[in-house]
Each structure stands twice: as structure tokens, then as C-alpha cells.
Write a protein that binds this ligand. Structure first.
Ligand SMILES: Cc1cc2nc3c(=O)[nH]c(=O)nc-3n(C[C@H](O)[C@H](O)[C@H](O)COP(=O)(O)OP(=O)(O)OC[C@H]3O[C@@H](n4cnc5c(N)ncnc54)[C@H](O)[C@@H]3O)c2cc1C
Length: 266
């Protein structure tokens, strides 16, 4: 089980179905999947790291109509009762871009190899596939942040870039983004006072380990600002290690550190 203190905010839009209109390998590790549909007219766009439960088709006969509108505990238990042959696979992803006029939403998937379902599915460039989206809100909608410290590896890149794009323009701080290949770097829109540190990890490093080391090397400057907020996300060791560093070693109040293990390296 991965750990987190971010909560889901279940939108009234419920389950929205859409179709994959484009899928493109945008860099060594990333595939951008664009979904389109009239149902996205009512999509609640929040920006920052807004995330969703994405229901993916496993076969021709995959049924989306039996899913609950909310993927809370009740919705999850209901999901488990559905026949395995026709229920979709569900994974957590981040909204990379939303274009309301076109009713289009982009999701950047890490194509991490043959293991699992979402990564290989995205890598197959599944244009025409139907998917279901259940909005979960934001983990770090830090509209009032004055000083930030953010760290993540590539699964967190969409969230980190979304947060940087939407922070108040006078925010200061540091954002660390660890990637596995230089081509994975994307253009950044960030407040001018936030230093963005890109790290391309060595092939021998565990995902997230170099981002955690970089976070530790930043020290304690600015952490006593009452407007300080941290967001540490990505592979489980980075998320939990980053939280421990800030809370236990640097005495940042727990409420000012949001963290989420996005996945666990086995
Ligand atoms: C709130 C939230 C937002 C997220 N947003 C995104 C996003 O925008 N883009 C994105 O790509 N991911 C995102 N993730 C992470 C994503 O949900 C996981 O990586 C998920 O495990 C991928 O599912 P899968 O079916 O490919 O692999 P799974 O079936 O879950 O796992 C199969 C195997 O693959 C390994 N694995 C899983 N992910 C990776 C990886 N990235 N690199 C290497 N090995 C891996 C697992 O350790 C396991 O051994 C997010 C997670 C959360 C909680």
C-alpha cells in the first residue's frame, strides 16, 4: 500500500466517458493521450495537480455503465463485485491540460515497459478507445502558498508542472523534477521566484532517490515562513522519505507537507 495525506474531492460530474482522439509518444518515457467527448463540456477544471481515476478498457466488451459515479470506498467495493471479464482497469492519473472549447483533456503517461496495464495501454497509442474519467480534485491546490518546496519523479511531472503553472505569480521556492531521460524535460511555466531543478537520474539509481537527495540538500532556508507549503509526490520512498525529512528532521508542521506515494517500486 502506498501512503498519502492528500484527500479525494468527489465532483458531482461523476463518471464521464470520452474517446481517445490522439495518442503520441512525446519523449523517451512519455505518451500523451488526448481524450475528447461532449460529456467533457461539464468537466470541472481545477488546474494544479487535479487528478482522476481513469477507467481503461480491457476488451471489446468492457462496460463503463456499471461503475459508480464516485470512486470512494463504497464505489471501490462496488467495483470489486463487477465481473472481471467486463469491468475496466482503473488507475490514478493527472490532468496535464484541459481545453474546454475543444472538450479535450490531455494525460501524460509514463510508458514504463511491459509490466502493468496503464503504461503498456498508453504505449499502444490506443486511438479510438473509450475511457471513463472520475474527477478526484486536487492534492495541492495551494492558492495561498507563499513559499514552496516541491519534489517528484516522472510520474509526478504532470502534477508538478500543473502546480507551477497555477501558483500565485509571487510564490518563491524550489521545485525538483527527476526524469529518466533528458528528452522528458518539458517547457515550464512557473513563478519567476521558484527555482526549477531538473535531474536526469543515472540508469543505476532507484526512481525518486536522486530527487530525495536533492530535496535533502536544500536545507532549511525559508521553511519558517508561515506561508510555506511542501508537496512531495511520486515513488513511495521519495514521498514518505521527503515527508519524514521535512517533518521529523526540519520540524515543518505536518499540515504544511502534502505527500502521496504514486506507485511503489518492487
Ligand atoms: C494522484 C496520482 C496521480 C498520478 N498521475 C500520474 C500521471 O499523470 N502519469 C503517470 O504516468 N502516472 C501517474 N500516477 C502513477 C500511476 O498511477 C502508477 O504509476 C500506476 O502504477 C501505473 O499503472 P500501471 O497499470 O502502468 O502499472 P501497475 O499495474 O500499477 O504496476 C505494475 C508494475 O509496474 C511498476 N510501475 C508502475 N508505475 C511505474 C513507473 N512509473 N515506472 C516504473 N515502474 C512502474 C509497479 O511497481 C509494478 O511492478 C499517478 C498516481 C497517483 C496516485
Amino acid at each position: 500500500m502506498v501512503s498519502t495525506n492528500i484527500s479525494a474531492d468527489h465532483a458531482t460530474t461523476g463518471l464521464v466517458t470520452a474517446e481517445v482522439s490522439r495518442a503520441e509518444r512525446i519523449s523517451q518515457s512519455f505518451v500523451r493521450v488526448t481524450v475528447t467527448g461532449d460529456a467533457l463540456a461539464d468537466w470541472r477544471h481545477l488546474g494544479f495537480d487535479q487528478w482522476l481515476r481513469l477507467a481503461l478498457p480491457i476488451a471489446e466488451g468492457t462496460r463503463f455503465d456499471q461503475l459508480s459515479d464516485r470512486f470512494d470506498t463504497k464505489g471501490y467495493l462496488r467495483y470489486l463485485t463487477l465481473p472481471k471479464a467486463t469491468r475496466p482497469v482503473i488507475r490514478s492519473l493527472t490532468v496535464r491540460n484541459f481545453r474546454p472549447e475543444q472538450r479535450e483533456l490531455d494525460i501524460d503517461f509514463v510508458a514504463h515497459g511491459a509490466e502493468g496495464f496503464a503504461g503498456p495501454w498508453a504505449a499502444s497509442l490506443p486511438v479510438g478507445a473509450t475511457v471513463g474519467l472520475i474527477d478526484q480534485g486536487c492534492g495541492f491546490a495551494a492558492q495561498n502558498a507563499r513559499h514552496v518546496r516541491i519534489a517528484g519523479e516522472e510520474t509526478a511531472l504532470p502534477a508538478v508542472l500543473g502546480v507551477l503553472r497555477d501558483l500565485p505569480a509571487d510564490t518563491t521556492g524550489d521545485a525538483i523534477i527527476e526524469i529518466s531521460d533528458p528528452s522528458d524535460r518539458q517547457p515550464v511555466a512557473a513563478p519567476s521566484g521558484v527555482r526549477v531543478h531538473w535531474i536526469t537520474r543515472a540508469a543505476t539509481s532507484r526512481p525518486g532517490a536522486e530527487a530525495l537527495a536533492a530535496l535533502r540538500s536544500l536545507g532549511s532556508e525559508g521553511l519558517d515562513d508561515p506561508g510555506f507549503q511542501a508537496f512531495i509526490i511520486g515513488e513511495q520512498h521519495l514521498a514518505s522519505g521527503g515527508r519524514k525529512h521535512l517533518v521529523n528532521e526540519l520540524s515543518v508542521p505536518k499540515a504544511q507537507v502534502k505527500f502521496c506515494g504514486y506507485w511503489r517500486k518492487r
